[in-house]
Design a protein around this ligand. Structure first.
Ligand code: MAN
Length: 354
């Protein structure tokens, strides 16, 4: 498959983004949702920031405080044996069997704008900032689906009670309506289809299971985009393959003549994230009809292999123009890049399920 990575990659890096306060540093500008608004391409960036620490033995975990509408910091000592700091993204409590206690940064959403899809100007101020008790550890990995003039923006809402999916909507990227949590924890990687099929909205989602089962892709339906039901399990992990550890939806699914094409991410148990494709039936999106055996795209460029959390390509949105897919993707949990692929070539490399 021909993958054309833009010469300008990475298009946006943390140093292009001004921290939203003077005592913070930006460590990531990545995993962006994509929208076309008027004559511009908007990236809804996940910006991750952390308090600048002057003492290398102290880690400051930022937490949004709902009552005061301010950030507070929990200070932890790297030598504290109760905590495990080995994963740069999270701080684990060694006495807990699973999960994390704190994040090392707080994420919010900020808009980057472009006329040509390659050169972006980043807004001065955050666009969506944590504001509820379900967002106290931050908001991450936005996706955008435009339906009849309204942009639905949904993202991971992270707090001590779990990671769920919250949604807002806007018509102009200025006035925003909040709709609350649409998928309860633990759930991530929600992707709402851009049109109704047989009178219903569909959304892919990815529950993360704790007792039995794996992090795999499900589909749900709705009549109002807020209440989702009739959940069905649709895409599974594949043992010993590139998508054996975890999978989740990536870009918003788009219509092709052969089916709804979804560019999804798959990772190995040791967290190497690649992109692949899965095709859903046009008339019945609960039916998977084809899937890529090999990854469509793997971390190969230096900016994909090295960074805050290396070996990650992770798309949250793409633009499609005829046969061309402009896939925006986060690299190494650090920056944003773009690659162009051909719809025809993606479809040709899929294995059809009988
Ligand atoms: C995982 C990663 C991180 C993210 C946390 C919380 O550890 O996806 O990037 O911050 O989950 O969502």
């Amino acid at each position: 498959m021909n993958i054309y990575r833009y010469e300008e990659n990475p298009l946006i890096t943390p140093k292009d983004v001004k921290p939203h306060r003077d005592d913070f540093e930006v460590i990531g500008a990545f995993n962006a949702g994509v929208a076309k608004y008027e004559d511009e391409i908007l990236l809804i960036l996940r910006v991750a920031e952390r308090p600048i620490s002057t003492d290398p033995s102290i880690v400051k975990a930022p937490i949004y405080h709902v009552e005061t509408d301010e950030l507070e910091f929990v200070e932890l000592n790297r030598n504290d044996e109760n905590y495990d700091f080995s994963d740069p993204r999270v701080i684990r409590n060694v006495h807990k069997a699973q999960g994390f206690e704190y994040l090392t940064s707080i994420s919010y959403l900020r808009i980057a704008r472009s006329k040509d899809g390659r050169n972006f100007t980043i807004d001065e101020k955050p666009f969506i900032y944590p504001s509820t008790r379900y967002e106290t550890f931050g908001i991450e990995d936005a996706r955008v689906t435009k339906i009849e003039g309204t942009y639905y923006i949904y993202y991971s809402a992270v707090s001590p009670v779990g990671v769920g999916e919250a949604m807002v909507s806007t018509k102009d990227f200025v006035n925003v309506e909040h709709h609350g949590v649409i998928f309860a924890p633990e759930n991530k990687d929600v992707l709402i289809f851009p049109e109704k099929v047989n009178g219903k909205y569909y959304a892919l989602h990815r529950p993360t299971l704790k007792s039995i089962g794996d992090p795999e892709i499900w589909i749900a339906e709705s009549t109002n985009l807020l209440h989702w039901g009739n959940h069905q399990h649709v895409v599974n992990l594949r043992k010993d393959k590139w998508d054996s550890g975890r999978i989740g939806g990536g870009a918003v699914p788009f219509r092709t003549e052969k089916g709804w094409l979804e560019l999804y991410h798959g990772a190995t148990p040791d967290h190497r994230y690649c992109m692949g494709a899965v095709l859903f039936d046009l008339e019945d999106p609960t039916k998977v009809i084809a899937r890529s055996d090999a990854p469509m795209m793997e971390p190969e460029a230096d900016y994909e292999k090295e960074g805050f959390f290396g070996d990650v390509v992770f798309s949250c949105g793409a633009l499609v123009k005829g046969d061309r897919v402009m896939m925006y993707y986060g690299v190494a949990d650090t920056s944003v890049a773009c690659a162009e692929l051909s719809v025809r070539e993606i479809l040709e490399c899929l294995s059809w399920l009988s």
